[in-house]
Design a protein. Structure first.
Ligand code: SAM
Ligand code: SF4
Length: 351
């Protein structure tokens, strides 16, 4: 039997771990004892840096218009079945004001990828920062030019989420049309880091064709890149996409990957994702108990939420009201965690 404790200890200390060892570790996901041990160690590692704090960020899904063609996502340009929307500047501001009123000091503006949104996004980021100077703004609007990223950074954006989706270029190519190129996506993360953003990478677990070796490579790849944020969630099929008939990613494998990446990157900010909450009963808690330390309740105006249909059955828990947020705080407390509404910067970016 693999000496998994020794491998994990070395991973936690940043010492050499061979690729084969990582692969063996990932493959032990079916062994409940091993998974429990890995998750426990992930919690310990996370506690060393963050105590029992869980950072809460308000998520605003600003538009579902997208020129991307990702085979897994319901917002892809080729999907004519989705009703497209775009929040006005005032609607984005109002969403943030509501969140601010509830105490939130960290907002994530997420949406489809389009090249035409440079000016309007800069405008709204500027407005948020002027009106609420004590908040952190994270953008997640896909691949853009250096000039656009620079413009948004100058406007006040602090962080950028751009999952690399797969660390294996050949696998990435099976999930995207030719116009989407792995090297370009990864280069964007480099540009964002150069511009001083806190960057977020990440991937889905269980995309069709993903192997254990690829998952092991994800750990290596992320340990090497050391982004400040990492988003990991299960793949969930969306019926109007080319991968709509494929099986969803496994909860256990997602928890295993969350924990391994946490152990490799102790200081990272890692959400317990909506995809996990959608896939598993108590998914948010499972993620937190596997080393995640961020939750992003949805504060998008309720009438738009159903249209942000990236996968089937997506949860968009009603946290628009104070009661929703209070419930989240209470539930986290019940499992021993303290919800924190501050900016929630990465330890290396504390101001
Ligand atoms: N358009 C931006 C981008 O792609 O970076 C941001 C929005 S996109 C909807 C955010 C993330 O959703 C993607 O990075 C992807 O990993 C995830 N996602 C998309 N379709 C998914 C699916 N079917 N199952 C699980 N996650 C999915
Ligand atoms: Fe567009 Fe992002 Fe969905 Fe790809 S994952 S289709 S870029 S919204």
């Amino acid at each position: 039997m693999t000496n998994y404790r020794d491998i994990l200890r070395r991973l936690a200390l940043g010492n050499e771990v061979g690729f084969r060892e990582l692969e063996e570790l990932v493959a032990l996901v079916g062994d409940e004892r091993v998974l429990d041990y890995v998750r426990g160690l992930a919690r310990e590692v996370r506690t060393e840096w963050f105590g029992n704090k869980v950072f809460i960020r308000g998520l605003v899904e600003i538009s579902n218009r997208c020129s991307g063609g990702c085979y897994y996502c319901g917002l892809r340009a080729e999907n004519c079945k989705v009703t497209r929307y775009e929040l006005s500047d005032d609607e984005v501001m109002e969403s943030c004001r509501v969140g601010y009123g509830l105490g939130l000091r960290s907002f994530v503006l997420q949406g489809g990828e389009r090249k035409s949104i440079t000016e309007q996004t800069a405008r709204v980021v500027r407005r948020i920062k002027e009106e609420m100077p004590d908040v952190a703004v994270t953008l997640s609007l896909g691949e853009q030019s250096r000039e656009t990223y620079e413009c948004w950074r100058m406007a006040g954006a602090d962080r950028y989420l751009l999952r690399h989706e797969s660390a294996t270029p050949e696998h990435y190519a099976t999930l995207h049309p030719e116009r989407m190129v792995w090297e370009e996506r990864v280069a964007c993360l480099g540009v964002l880091a150069e511009l001083g953003y806190q960057i977020g990478a990440g991937f889905m677990v269980g995309t069709p064709g993903q192997t254990t070796a690829m998952l092991a490579h994800e750990v290596e790849f992320l340990a090497e890149m050391a982004p400040q944020m990492v988003g990991i969630g299960p793949f969930i099929p969306q019926s109007d996409t080319p991968l709509g008939n494929m099986p969803r990613g496994s909860v256990e494998q997602t928890l295993m990957m969350l924990s391994l990446v946490r152990i490799a990157l102790p200081k990272a900010l890692m959400p317990s994702t909506t995809a996990l909450a959608t896939t598993a009963e108590q998914g948010t808690h499972l993620g937190i108990l596997s080393g995640a330390n961020v939750v992003m309740p949805n504060i998008t105006p309720a009438q738009y939420r159903a249209s942000y249909a990236i996968y089937d059955g997506k949860k968009s828990s009603g946290t628009e009201a104070a009661e929703g947020l209070e419930k989240l705080v209470r539930e986290l407390r019940a499992i021993g965690y303290e919800a924190t509404f501050g900016r929630g910067d990465h330890p290396d970016f504390q101001r």
